[in-house]
Design a binder for this molecule. Structure first.
Ligand SMILES: N[C@@H](CCC(=O)N[C@@H](CS)C(=O)NCC(=O)O)C(=O)O
Length: 301
């Protein structure tokens, strides 16, 4: 539960003593540089996350809700599992722990501090419960989100939906130049992954290299932070699950460091790895390597 205070967001910042959380540093150092975008960022004060409320005031939520405390993850449901209470009014995010598309929605939920609001329902895709297709999401894919008696899918739509329809810090810019670039980068995610995957299938490393160069170039556009739009946003969330998989696979199987000669990309990965809401969704790199080894021929190393 969030408590709402009659303080402006800046008053709240002024009254807060920063702890050693990196989010605090962001809020203390950047309002002057990016007032429009940073205005909506949350920060931590002790065990509380201070975040903007709906009408100009601020809310304080427990560290558990903010993503600053490790959540105990529920076991994945399979064909022998009963369904959760579908359409009982509790928003539910159906995911698979290993799906990069679902991970996008999961990270968004965590980074907005919605762990107490949106219930995580992991599904075992290899042994899927029949009720998932029949009662929840006829497309039978993850992610899907049950909210307001409707079920929606498609990860890129869902991250925008979660960002716009739930409380928590905004993860989308309001600066027009950044909005335009965000749209461009979000629509490029599909071609980026396609280029990397087809280079793996055809063993043409230069095609993947060009795709990673595009990332380096994109990260050079705004200098006010290490992320695609300067500040952390949905764009970072859209890309990171895929980079999490490509990096260890290229390194181990192709002996190719995807960050070599791409310093901004290297820093981006480092900074992403510090984001709590993302960290909690990460899988063991060995698991990614094994999954991709099964998917691609190892003889082409
Ligand atoms: N375009 C969809 C792709 C989702 C997707 O392909 N999810 C996979 C798991 S990673 C899935 O549910 N596969 C099950 C199936 O296709 O039957 C999105 O962005 O959400």
């Amino acid at each position: 539960m969030a408590a709402t205070f009659n303080l402006s967001y800046y008053q709240a910042i002024a009254h807060s003593i920063p702890n050693n959380n990196t989010n605090c540093k962001i809020c203390y150092s950047t309002p002057k540089l990016q007032p429009l975008f940073i205005r909506k960022q949350s920060f931590f004060h002790g065990n509380l996350q201070i975040r903007p409320g709906n009408s100009g005031n601020v809310q304080a939520v427990s560290a558990m809700a903010s993503g600053n405390v490790k959540e105990v993850l529920p076991p994945a449901l399979d064909s022998s599992s009963d369904p959760p209470a579908i359409f009982d009014g509790t928003p539910k995010l159906y995911i698979s722990y290993s799906c990069p598309f679902a991970q996008r929605a999961w990270i968004t939920r965590n980074c907005k501090g919605l762990q107490d609001i949106i219930k995580l329902v992991p599904i075992n895709l290899r042994n899927r419960p029949t009720w998932y297709k029949e009662k929840v999401y006829p497309k039978n894919k993850v992610p899907s989100l049950e909210h307001n008696n409707e079920v929606k899918g498609e990860s890129l739509d869902l991250i925008r939906y979660i960002d716009s329809n739930f409380d928590g810090p905004s993860l989308f810019p309001d600066d027009p130049a950044k909005i335009e670039f965000a749209e461009e980068l979000l629509s490029f995610t599909g071609s980026f992954s396609k280029a990397v995957i087809s280079s793996l299938e055809e063993n043409k490393m230069n095609e993947a290299g060009a795709a990673f160069d595009d990332i380096e170039t994109a990260l050079s556009k705004f200098g006010d932070g290490p992320f695609f739009l300067g500040q952390f946003s949905l764009v970072d969330i859209a890309y990171v699950p895929f980079i999490e998989r490509y990096k260890p696979y290229f390194s181990e199987v192709k002996n190719y460091d995807i960050t070599k000669g791409r310093p901004k990309f290297a820093v981006w990965i480092e900074e992403m790895n510090k984001i709590e809401g993302y960290k909690q969704t990460q899988r063991d790199p060995k698991e990614h390597i094994e999954t991709y080894k099964k998917r691609f021929s190892e003889s082409s190393v």
